[in-house]
Design a protein around this ligand. Structure first.
Ligand code: ACO
Length: 331
């Protein structure tokens, strides 16, 4: 290959656990109802992993599909990045656990914590390793078993989240190849970190009886504030990506945003002056699957024949941290 390297998307895959939790199921668990959930969020169902099934298990299923599409085996991989806020355990990383399950040779493996922006963060990091010529094939996962982090007595959060994993394999290609990652932009504003937190289980609040009594092992969210920031930040991210590439919104075939809430996606499309028909939406089936949401939505649209090879696609993410980011690619 010539001197300059870029990343092409060699393979993609996703996996949703079989078990489905509907809005009607939730009606029996908390004071909520299907109409409120659909009207305020767009979500109808979410998939939930069985007890004992961990993020690496979902990631493994998604990876096997991505490897098949890429025509690769685990031995072709040079690095594994897993974006997750629901790792199998605190240590070792889920990426190392996945590496062992895949039976890879001695390669680089690590996790990224950037919440719902994690997959875009992971792709951006992988793209840098490819651009420098250091690695050839990199597996990037967005995977979550979020139901374990959710308090099913808190109606404001438990209706939102689901479990899933998505996998992409990036491969080095010559810079003249047309279908590549064109740019990525990442952001974080830690000053707004208190809008969405999971307080316990780290070094600040280790596990104790008090944690269980106060339920601080579960996520806590200021929904309305998150909503406003999500719309503002994702709109800015969309503009930033197109400005950097001198691309007009009308030339973008699909916007694949983080799947948090249908009203957030509609507001972003409206502020970005982008047709809602070209916004990929999967949250009605999956709920918010955090780091898994973008690769899962992308793969579902690809399987449905909406997303096609050669199209120009914009990813936009937003999550706890607060983190955000965008990535423009020709698929
Ligand atoms: N069922 C019925 N009523 C509910 C429910 C529920 N599940 N949840 C809240 N309500 C009630 C509230 O108590 C409130 O009642 P009140 O008026 O008597 O006080 C009323 O509904 C309105 O509450 P709001 O919070 O104003 O509702 P809103 O329209 O903002 O919707 C929601 C809440 C869905 C959480 C919305 O704010 C949202 O989606 N925010 C973004 C959340 C998000 O994306 N979180 C993920 C973080 S980023 C990431 O993805 C990591």
């Amino acid at each position: 290959m010539a001197g300059e390297f870029r990343s092409k998307i060699a393979g993609i895959g996703s996996f949703l656990p079989e078990k489905v939790l509907t809005n009607f199921d939730l009606e029996k668990m908390v004071d909520t109802n299907n109409d409120w959930i659909v009207e305020r969020t767009g979500i109808k169902t979410r998939h939930i992993a069985e007890p004992g099934v961990a993020t690496s298990d979902l990631a493994l299923q998604a990876t096997q599909k991505a490897l098949k599409m890429a025509g690769m085996t685990p031995h072709d991989l040079d690095m594994i990045i897993v974006a997750t806020v629901s790792p199998d355990q605190m240590m070792p990383s889920t990426a190392c656990t996945l590496q062992a399950k895949l039976g890879c040779r001695n390669i680089v493996a690590f996790d990224i914590t950037a919440a719902c922006s994690g997959f875009v963060y992971g792709l951006s990091v992988a793209d840098q390793f490819i651009r420098t010529g250091m690695f050839k094939n990199i597996l990037v996962i967005g995977g979550e078993v979020l139901h374990t982090l959710v308090n099913y007595e808190d109606r404001e959060t438990c209706i939102l989240f689901g479990d899933a994993a998505g996998a992409w394999i990036l491969s080095a290609t010559d810079a003249s190849y047309p279908n590549i990652i064109m740019s990525s932009h990442l952001h974080a504003d830690g000053n707004l970190g208190d809008l969405f937190v999971l307080p316990a289980g780290g070094s600040k609040i280790p596990f104790s009886q008090e944690v269980l009594d106060n339920k601080t092992q579960f996520v806590r969210m200021k929904g309305r504030e998150i909503f406003k920031n999500a719309v503002r930040t994702m709109t800015e991210c969309c503009h930033e990506a197109l400005r950097a590439n001198n691309v007009n919104p009308k030339d973008v075939d699909w916007l694949v945003p983080h799947q948090a809430n249908l009203r957030i996606l509609e507001s972003v499309a409206s502020h970005f002056e982008f047709p809602t028909e070209k916004v990929v939406v999967s949250l009605h089936e999956t709920g918010n699957t955090s780091a898994a949401s973008i690769p899962v939505a992308f793969d579902m649209a690809f399987q449905e024949g909406k997303i096609k090879r050669g199209q120009l696609i914009l990813l936009a993410a937003f999550g706890a941290g607060l983190t955000s980011g965008s990535l423009l690619l020709r698929f």
